[in-house]
Ligand binder design. Sequence first.
Ligand code: FAD
Length: 501
Amino acid sequence: MPPPLSASPAPSLSATLRRLVQSFAGQPAARRMARPAPGQGCPGGAPRAPRVVVVGSGFAGLRLLRALERLLPPEAAELTVISPVDHLPYASLMPQVCASSVEPRHLAVATRRALRRTVLRLGHAVDVDPQARTVTVQGNDGTVDQLGWDRLVLAPGSVTSTFDVPGVRDHAIGLKNLNQAVYLRDHVLRQLELADAAHDVGERRALCTFVVVGGGYTGTELAAQMTRFTRRAVANYPRVRAEDIRWALVDHSSRLLHELAAPLGRRAGEVLAARGVEVRLRTAVTEVGERFVRMRGADDGGGAERTIDTRTVVWCAGVAPSPLMATIGLPTSHGRLVVDEYFRVAGVAGLFALGDAAAVPDLTRGGEPAGQTAQHAVRQATVAARNLAASLGHGNARPYRHHDLGFVVDLGGRDAVANPLGLTLHGLPAVVATRAYHVYALNNGSNRARVLSDWALDLVAPHQIVQLGFARGPRPTIASAEETGIYPTARPQPAAARLLT
Ligand SMILES: Cc1cc2nc3c(=O)[nH]c(=O)nc-3n(C[C@H](O)[C@H](O)[C@H](O)COP(=O)(O)OP(=O)(O)OC[C@H]3O[C@@H](n4cnc5c(N)ncnc54)[C@H](O)[C@@H]3O)c2cc1C
């Protein structure tokens, strides 16, 4: 159990310096929310409830707060969530947003509706001071505030990892949030429109060439579903033929879907091949430009580089924990904040972390960090809520333990592959398992009904081939779309921590 809370000490020197630098740089200095310690009297006389602040309202943050609202009586804690968006984006179905099978709003689980008494602060947590027990919030409206906390839960998820491959940051498109999914759909339709108007055959071919990098579940689903979408959409563009459309899926490993058993990866490869997707395995992308992608494949003979002319490279090659974690100056493992199986950060009473951004030991796999999946995030949230409530004197803490239930990969149409509870499924049974899982995991009646109606419509109605205008201006970089440039530079970690990373 975490040690009892102490009253907040004075702000650290680094926090004071940072505020001074901000004010010299012309940024608004953070407003400090002065507040008495828990149990001490408020100006009105009543003792104030401890403040619980949660960073992120994704799979982990939202589920944790729902559980806390159940576990804690209203007077036991003041609950606040900091999030740049007012919803949980159900990421698992984002490839279907790109492919027009599901409307983007139907994947957005509304935070304000899901939570009854949690205060939502729209913005980013940009700095955490574990000594001063404050979190700095850069509001979506441009304000900068500092919030004190008695319990802080960090669940800011992850961002696209570009692995420092030249050009990826500037020219590739990521798929980590709903904005990017909507943008990608518009972008693809815009390429078809430009191809329709192009006179040069080479130019038309490049505009109709789409390259997805990363053969995990996101990249494989995207390539499979987008091939169907573009083949259908082409009928709306008289000068573009179905044969002009080319989709390629590139991965450096020797098989697709490394998260699943090898036969399911092979099966997905067969489905992709039948749809005409070029699958390039054992191939590493070496550079992405505005009008090309370069790659080197082990099977290309002599290691020569191959260049593909394209205006579209979608980067689904991996994720990295939120950059916020590296700025705190606490031990990380591959960028994920190190916590114990109770989600506690060693040495900082009242600080918890979970989800993609935390290295939560998976006791079912010898304490290796748990996978960065929604499956883990939501289950961690339930246990973390229980442990946080226990730290406030409500119930008992328990360690996190979860056996992976498997993966589901929807390839569109009548194709899917899945391994729920160790079963190996493909074709229609896998489609049923996949869709049933998503409906269950959406965990919200209104969103479930909307997604089900989208799927029903998708069976009978043609797609609406319209652009909403998102792809007209300059292409957003991955950093701007995922707002990763807003954090102060990383603080040095303790020596022991560096050994872990
Ligand atoms: C396209 C795609 C498909 C996927 N498919 C599957 C699947 O089929 N099955 C599966 O198990 N997993 C899947 N995943 C992975 C799964 O979505 C993640 O593992 C899961 O979202 C992690 O939950 P989380 O709460 O840690 O992070 P998230 O759900 O990403 O939530 C983090 C939240 O924090 C917010 N945030 C970020 N920075 C800050 C900040 N500084 N301050 C405040 N808020 C912040 C973000 O806006 C976000 O809302 C998929 C992911 C993607 C991108």
